[in-house]
Ligand binder design. Structure first.
Ligand code: ASP
Length: 328
């Protein structure tokens, strides 16, 4: 029988309502989560790693790094078919993308969570666990990198994003669509990913900051990040990837200091492009040396820059690495 290794990191899937605190908090171990579904052991040998009991916002890039190292070791074992990670949905897409960038094995890694905690009638943890085991042992999932799975819908880690604060189908791939579904009779992949970006690095740069643009913004936060030692800056521009002109001097100071500046959009979907040529537009930013992050959310673009900075801090090399053959 296949072996599937579970890494439990916390999140709502591990939570129950604490009557004293009056809200959901991490409470269940991995073993207790799996115990909701006694049928699971018929599908695969299940191994449990209790990595942590962290809510999504408590997860750091260092946790992601440590998790990716442990997953790599698990996947190297020949009897292991795949890995399942349970995670708080708030930052699930950042961890999934991080793991995907460092995933070099054909075996699947499936990242799941839950939108209802174990004290609620509609707790969706066990159904997502069952679906994840089925995907982790499915041949169709091989070679597709890290997958995000909730509500029986399979997404590529690079494309999935949390769209709704409370809906069960919160994860969607707004630009490119999901890869497949988990139906009652089979796991159905409607399409294969044509490109995946991976990064081979033994270092992670933690000092990368992210700023969202808004009407009337100026550059104080960007200047402050640079002065306080940021090694990279990610901007969520407006629309196609534009910024208020008052931020330009601070962006230029960051570029002149040799910092990579990466541009994403604050829109819920769509790619950034230098389609406009006014002051503060994408073309203006491109001409100054800003790097474009395709359709990545700002949070994912930051993850990419943190790992890419582990390879090089040369802005030209980073631009090639991030923009050439961009698949997102
Ligand atoms: N706030 C929770 C978390 O990210 C949400 C969840 O897991 O669904 O831990």
């Amino acid at each position: 029988m296949n072996t599937v290794v579970f890494f439990f990191t916390g999140g709502t899937i591990s939570m129950k309502v604490d009557p004293v605190l009056g809200g959901a908090v991490p409470a269940l171990s991995g073993e207790e989560i799996l115990a909701h579904d006694p049928e699971l052991s018929r599908l695969a040998n299940l191994e449990v790693v209790n990595f942590g009991r962290l809510a999504g916002p408590q997860v750091t890039p260092q946790h992601m790094w440590d998790l990716s190292e442990q997953i790599r070791a698990a996947l190297e074992r020949s009897e292991v078919s795949g890995v399942v990670v349970t995670h708080g949905t708030d930052t699930l897409e950042e961890t999934a993308f991080f793991l995907d960038l460092r995933h070099h094995s054909p075996k699947p890694v499936v990242v799941i969570g839950a939108m209802r905690n174990a004290s609620e009638l509609s707790y969706d943890g066990p159904a997502n666990v069952r679906a994840a085991v089925r995907v982790a042992i499915d041949e169709g999932a091989c070679g597709q990198g890290v997958l995000v799975l909730l509500n029986e819908t399979i997404h590529a880690a690079a494309h999935a994003t949390k769209m709704d604060t409370q809906a069960i189908d919160t994860f969607q791939s707004p630009v490119f669509g999901p890869l497949g579904i988990v139906d009652k009779d089979r796991v159905y992949f409607a399409r294969m990913l044509k490109y995946r970006q991976t990064i081979v690095t033994s270092a992670l740069e933690l000092r990368v900051d992210l700023f969202q643009m808004y009407a009337g913004a100026d550059g104080r936060f960007i200047d402050s990040a640079r002065v306080q030692g940021a090694r990279g800056i990610v901007i969520e521009g407006t629309g196609r990837g534009n910024v208020p002109p008052m931020t330009l001097p601070a962006i230029q100071r960051a570029i002149d200091a040799g910092l990579p500046v990466l541009l994403a959009t604050r829109c819920a979907q769509g790619r950034v492009l230098d389609a406009y040529a006014y002051e503060g537009s994408g073309k203006d930013l491109r001409n100054r040396g800003v790097i474009f992050a395709g359709s990545l959310t700002g949070a994912k673009a930051r993850i990419l820059l943190m790992l890419a900075l582990g390879i090089t801090s040369e802005v030209k090399e980073l631009k090639n690495l991030i923009e050439a053959g961009q698949y997102f």
